[in-house]
Design a protein around this ligand. Structure first.
Ligand SMILES: [Zn+2]
Length: 281
């Protein structure tokens, strides 16, 4: 198409933030740090390389995902432990907080619930910021590596993609069939993964994760959570995923719970929309 005469001025219009978040209730990070210090470690789960594992965290508790033996990224799914249809909503979390999440930001649930299910308390990679390639850590822009896209792009059956790892782990944890469990697996929080979009072609890119053993992401459970974490077959995602080529390492998930007798955690209320969608009752 021919370029209009006013193309430059149309392109020069300044951007407007879609969702200004100033009106969101902000977590009181000082109070949360005090609360976190009183929690007691009650469990831990080691996620094997190229596999996934489930864990449960009570409301008011916390979980810590740590790199332990080598650079490794993890694909995280979260559900309301009492209602799997309320699950992490990567797309809306991205719309509210941006492409990558860090300390003080929250993980939101799916419609019609749309409430904070978790709050990030500490991120040892928060120094990374946005690098010269436009990359950053802990993205909510990727989906998860999966066997279907793998067939499209390379025509091979690969069973240890994060999608299949999460499906197997959820089925084993809940007793659901593989087919039922698969329907609950959703777009992930890409823990420790360094990603962005190329400026020239707008393509999703990954680069070697800056994570090192000892780094962690500490997350408060705002509601009772069931989590599943996959140690991605991409390892540190420096080269490829969906194969057994990359060096992969385990991830550690530690669970911290409120002490016996602690006051019940004030979980956020579910969303207040009346759900009439404009149809008179
Ligand atoms: Zn993966």
């Amino acid at each position: 198409m021919s370029r209009p005469d006013d193309a430059d001025s149309r392109r020069a219009v300044p951007p407007v933030i879609c969702y200004p978040v100033e009106t969101l209730p902000q977590p009181d990070m000082t109070a949360l740090a005090r609360h976190r210090a009183a929690l007691e470690k009650t469990d831990e789960v080691r996620v094997p390389p190229r596999d996934a594992a489930c864990f449960r965290v009570p409301a008011g508790g916390a979980f810590r995902i740590s790199s332990i033996e080598g650079p490794q990224v993890g694909d995280l799914n979260l559900w309301n432990a009492g209602n799997l249809s309320e699950r992490f909503y990567s797309g809306k979390t991205r719309a509210l907080h941006g492409t990558h999440v860090t300390t003080g930001e929250r993980l939101w649930t799916s419609f019609p619930y749309l409430r904070p299910m978790a709050t990030i308390l500490e991120d040892t990679l928060d120094w990374y910021g946005i690098d010269p390639h436009g990359g950053s850590v802990h993205d909510v822009i990727g989906t998860r590596c999966d066997p279907y896209t793998n067939i499209l792009l390379s025509d091979g059956q690969y069973h240890h993609c994060c999608h299949s790892n999460l499906t197997r782990a959820l089925a084993a944890e809940t007793g659901l069939t593989l087919e039922e469990a698969e329907s609950h697996v959703h777009d992930v929080l890409n823990v420790f993964m360094c990603t962005g979009f190329t400026r020239d072609t707008g393509q999703y890119f990954m680069k070697a994760s800056p994570v090192r053993p000892g780094d962690y992401l500490d997350i408060l459970a705002e509601i009772d959570l069931l989590g599943a974490l996959s140690a991605c077959p991409g390892g540190d995602c420096s080269a490829e995923h969906s194969s057994d080529a990359a060096a992969c390492y385990p991830l550690l998930v530690e669970i911290f719970s409120p002490q016996a007798g602690a006051a019940q955690w004030p979980s956020p209320s579910i969303n207040g929309y009346d759900r009439s969608h404009g149809v008179p009752g």
